[in-house]
Each structure stands twice: as C-alpha cells, then as structure tokens.
Design a protein around this ligand. Structure first.
Ligand code: NAD
Length: 333
C-alpha cells in the first residue's frame, strides 16, 4: 500500500522504515504538517499517517478522500485532533496506536515531579556557573504525599504503581474506576474531592469536550495552596491563563507541563532563532517554579518501536481487508 507520512522527522523515518521491512509498503515521508494547504501532497496515496499536531478537520479529510485516501493511520493514542464524524462521512477508516509504552509517559511524569520537587533543572544551571549554594533549592519528599491521578487508564495505572513504590498515598478520579488500581491501594473519589485532597495533581485523561479546561479558575480554587500541578496528557485540559494567574498568586506551588493548548504552532520544531509570538506561552517560561517540555513524554526508543510496528500492522490489516482492532469511530469512543 502507498502511505504518505506527514510531520515526518528523521526519527520517524528510521523507525517506520525499519518496521516496514516486514510489511513492504511504499512510504513517502513528508516534513509538512497535514493541514488544508498540504492535504493534496497525499494525492493518490491510499493511506496517510499523521501525528498529534496534524490537522484532521473536515475540509482536510474531505480533500484526502477526494484524492484517493481511504485510511488515516494515527501514530498516537490520542485522537482529539481528528474529526471522526467527518472521517465517517468521507468513508475514511481511522486507526491509532492505543498502547505503545505507558511506562514512557508515566516515568516522565514522575521525573517531572522529582525535578520540580528537588529543582534538578535549577541546580544543574547553578553548578555549571560554579554556584554551589543550596539557598532556594529546598525540596520535599514524595514519600507520604497525596497524589491525585485524574484518569486511571493505561498511563494512570502505571503511574499509580510507581508512586505506591515511593510511599505516596494515591487517590484517583475516573468515571470508570479500575479494580487494578484499587488492588494497588488507590482510593477513588470525586474530582472535587481529589482536587481538595491532593498535594500533587496529575492529569492522565483524554481531551474531550467534557474534559476541555478541566483545570480552570473554579477547579483551581478547590486545590490545596501550593499544589503541584502536572499535565503530560493534552494541553487543553487546562486553561493556561487561569493557571498563570494561580502561579502569580502563589496558589500553584509548582507546575510541570509537557503539553500546551496552543502547542501546534510551536512544538516539534527548532525555533531558537525566531521570536516566540505566543505571549501566554512566553509568560509560562518566566516562572522559576514551572518546568515546561515540548511534548516529549512519549519519546523513548521502546515507544517509537511500538508506534512504528503497530502503525505498519494497522496498515497491513487494512490492506488485507481485516480489522486490526485499533479502528476508532464515533461509535467506539
Ligand atoms: P487510556 O484511554 O488508557 O486512559 C484514559 C483514562 O481516562 C480512562 O481510564 C478513562 O476512563 C479516563 N477518563 C475519561 N474521561 C475522563 C474524565 N472526564 N475524567 C477523568 N478520567 C477520565 O489512555 P492512556 O493511554 O492512559 O493515555 C492518557 C492520555 O495521555 C491520552 O489521552 C493522551 O492524551 C495522553 N498522552 C500523552 C503523551 C505525551 O507524550 N505527552 C503520550 C501518550 C498519551
């Protein structure tokens, strides 16, 4: 099958080419992000593969379908960027990689907690400048802290297991509580209850209309003063401007973000020679108690192997007229 790979970085090319050895599809790698202006680059390609910041809106999907595309293969678990109704209307099958390495994201999240709590990033800068003072580097133990996990799916569960190992009390909110989490010693509570009880709040639910700006001015008021807030899920789960206000007032003690609601115009590119025009993002970078990374929590060798292999298996199943089990539609969500 012919596959156009949008937002293809050199590492995508390496991993997908290697995974494709067992499948023999014809791959065309495109650096461009999929959007209304670039959709025709996939003309004649039956399959198109996209990543998290590609735009799969109705006009884009209609253009793809019009030019012969029948399969949209996401190289991600999240699918909030795909208009599934438009995909169905255009006759496009959509497949994703539901699970690659929940460990990658869960471990990165713990790394953020530790880095913020113990100020690794600030200490590194100091030591490099010959400043060995400990003033301002006072941290806190993770042991005995209450961590609130919003969303105990694959990533949330791995995170809960790791945090139990640290001796944390783990509480959670999920509309579909998991027996596995309870067996790990996790206590389920309402979202409001979790926000009021947690020293650290970490988000691991998908972005949906229901979870959009889950963290907002109102829910921030419910949190403990000095709370640590971590988001390695999707940027629009939090209202960034409300979070900035809470940082300015000291209501948030530490903030860790791997995702940002307007990240699609910033992340995954080297912009070090350009002036960042997004003043909200720039303000975030000024806080000494905020750690911001560019959507890299998934980015491990293990995860990249899984993403590439599952993507190729999804495409082969479609080409053979089989279901891969990784199809998504409005009905399945
Ligand atoms: P998952 O589908 O296994 O789990 C999601 C959980 O969220 C489910 O248990 C679901 O019941 C729960 N949920 C749904 N609505 C909720 C709500 N309103 N409140 C609380 N919980 C709710 O997904 P996963 O593999 O654990 O991934 C979680 C999210 O992490 C993904 O949706 C994706 O956005 C994000 N992610 C980020 C990266 C990264 O690199 N930063 C990588 C992979 C995934």
């Amino acid at each position: 099958m012919e596959l156009a790979v949008f937002s293809a970085k050199p590492y995508d090319e390496d991993y997908l080419t290697s995974a494709n050895e067992a499948h023999g599809h014809e791959l065309v790698f495109l650096e461009a992000r999929l959007d209304p202006d670039t959709a025709t680059l996939a003309s004649g390609k039956e399959a198109v593969s996209i990543f998290v910041n590609d735009i799969a809106s109705r006009p884009v999907l209609e253009t793809l379908a019009h030019h012969g595309t029948r399969l949209l293969a996401l190289r991600s678990a999240g699918f909030n960027h795909v208009d599934l109704e438009a995909a169905a209307d255009s006759g496009l099958t959509v497949v994703r990689v539901p699970e690659y390495s929940p460990y990658a994201v869960a471990e990165f999240t713990v790394g953020m907690m530790l880095a913020l709590g113990r100020k690794y990033h600030r200490a590194q800068n100091r030591v490099r400048e010959g400043n060995f003072s400990l003033e301002g580097l006072m941290g806190f133990d993770l042991h005995s802290r209450t961590v609130g996990i919003v969303g105990t799916g694959k990533i949330g569960l791995v995170l809960a297991a790791i945090l139990r190992g640290f001796g944390c009390r783990v509480v959670a909110y999920d509309p579909y509580p998991s027996d596995e989490a309870v067996a790990l010693g996790v206590t389920y509570m309402s979202l409001d209850g979790l926000l009021g009880a947690s020293d650290i709040v970490t988000l691991h639910c998908p972005l949906t209309p229901e979870t959009h700006h889950l963290i907002n001015e109102g829910t921030l008021q419910l949190m403990k003063p000095g709370v640590v807030l971590i988001n390695t899920s999707r940027g629009a789960l939090i209202d960034t401007e409300a979070v900035i206000d809470a940082l300015k007032e000291g209501r948030i003690g530490h903030l860790g973000l791997d995702v940002y609601e307007e990240e699609s115009d910033l992340f995954f590119e080297d912009r070090s020679d350009t002036i960042i025009q997004d003043d909200v993002f720039s303000r975030l970078l000024t806080f000494p108690n905020a750690l911001v990374t560019g959507h890299q929590a998934f980015f491990t060798h293990n995860a990249m192997v899984e993403i590439a292999e599952t993507t190729m298996a999804n495409i082969s199943a479609f080409a053979a007229g089989r279901l891969s089990g990784n199809e998504i539609s409005l009905e399945s969500t």
